[in-house]
Design a protein around this ligand. Structure first.
Ligand code: UDP
Length: 242
C-alpha cells in the first residue's frame, strides 16, 4: 500500500478538466468538469454528472486497454470527479483514427457521412486553439518540431493498435466506433504513453443497427438526449467489462 496522495496546487484549467499537483511530483490529479464545448469552445454547455460519467468511461476504457498491453497515464479514480494520473509532457498532437466518414473528413474530402473506409485512416492535428487545430502532414510535424520521426511512427503504431482494441470492444456492445481522438505524452522515463481521456466527447459512437449518434455530436448538432446517450455508453461498457 502506498501513502495516500494529497491534492496540491492548481495547475491548469482546460475546457473539460482541471489539473492539480500532488504530494508526488510524478503524479497529478485530473478533475473532470460537467462542461461541454464544441467548435473550438464557441459553443458551450454542460449537464450535471457529465464529469462523473466521462471519468468512469475513461477509467473503464484505460483499464481495458491496460489489460490488452497498452499502458496509459491512468493510475486510478479517487473520487466522483477525480483521478490520479502519471505526470507526462503532452505531445501537442491530436491523433485521430477513422473507421467511417464523419465530421471534418466529410467537409474536407467530400465522403458521404457513414462511408466505411477500407482501412483505418490515421490523421494528426496540431493541438493549437489559436490556429483552430489544423490538419498536419508528416512534413509539417517535422518542420514544427512537434515530435521526432521515431516518435511519430510510435504514435501511428500505437494509435492503430488502440483502434483495433476499441473497435472490437464497442462492436461487442453493438456500437460502431466511427472515429476517435487520442493524445499521447512522455513520462519521466521518456516513454510515450496514451494520455488525456477516451469518452463520448472524444469519440464518435453510433448504434451499430440504427446508426443513431450517441456522442458529442448530439450536443454539437442540438439533437437532444446528450446525458442519456453518455449514460447509455457507460452502462453498456460497465455491463461488458465488469
Ligand atoms: N475530436 C476531439 N477534439 C477535437 C477535435 C476532434 O476529441 O478538438 C474528436 C471528435 O469528437 C471526433 C474525432 O476527433 O471523434 C474526429 O473529429 P473531426 O476531425 O471530424 O472534427 P470535428 O468534426 O469534431 O470538428
Amino acid at each position: 500500500m502506498g501513502t495516500k496522495i494529497e491534492k496540491k496546487e492548481f495547475i491548469y484549467e482546460g475546457k473539460a478538466k482541471r489539473l492539480y499537483k500532488t504530494s508526488d511530483e510524478n503524479k497529478i490529479i485530473i478533475e473532470f468538469k460537467d462542461d461541454l464545448t464544441a467548435f473550438n469552445a464557441e459553443k458551450k454547455g454542460s449537464f450535471e454528472g457529465k464529469g462523473l460519467v466521462n471519468l468512469q468511461i475513461t477509467n473503464l476504457i484505460f483499464s481495458y486497454l491496460k489489460l490488452k498491453g497498452i499502458p496509459s497515464h491512468w493510475i486510478e479514480q479517487i473520487s466522483d470527479t477525480e483521478a490520479v494520473v502519471e505526470k507526462v509532457e503532452i505531445i501537442p498532437l491530436e491523433v485521430v483514427i477513422r473507421n467511417r466518414a464523419a465530421g471534418s473528413i466529410v467537409k474536407r474530402l467530400g465522403f458521404e457521412e457513414g462511408h466505411v473506409f477500407s482501412e483505418p485512416v490515421f490523421e494528426v492535428f496540431y493541438k493549437d486553439d489559436a490556429l483552430g487545430d489544423p490538419l498536419l502532414t508528416r512534413e509539417h510535424v517535422r518542420m514544427l518540431k512537434l515530435c521526432s520521426d521515431e516518435d511519430y511512427e510510435v504514435l501511428r503504431a500505437k494509435a492503430l493498435e488502440i483502434s483495433k482494441h476499441l473497435t472490437d470492444l464497442f462492436k461487442e456492445i453493438d456500437i460502431s466506433l466511427v472515429d476517435f481522438k487520442i493524445e499521447f505524452g512522455k513520462n519521466s522515463q521518456g516513454e510515450i504513453v496514451l494520455s488525456d481521456e477516451i469518452t463520448p466527447d472524444s469519440c464518435r459512437l453510433w448504434d451499430i443497427e440504427t446508426l443513431e449518434k450517441l456522442d458529442k455530436d448530439r450536443f454539437r448538432k442540438d439533437l437532444g438526449k446528450v446525458k442519456e446517450s453518455y449514460e447509455l455508453i457507460l452502462l453498456k461498457l460497465r455491463e461488458q467489462l465488469n
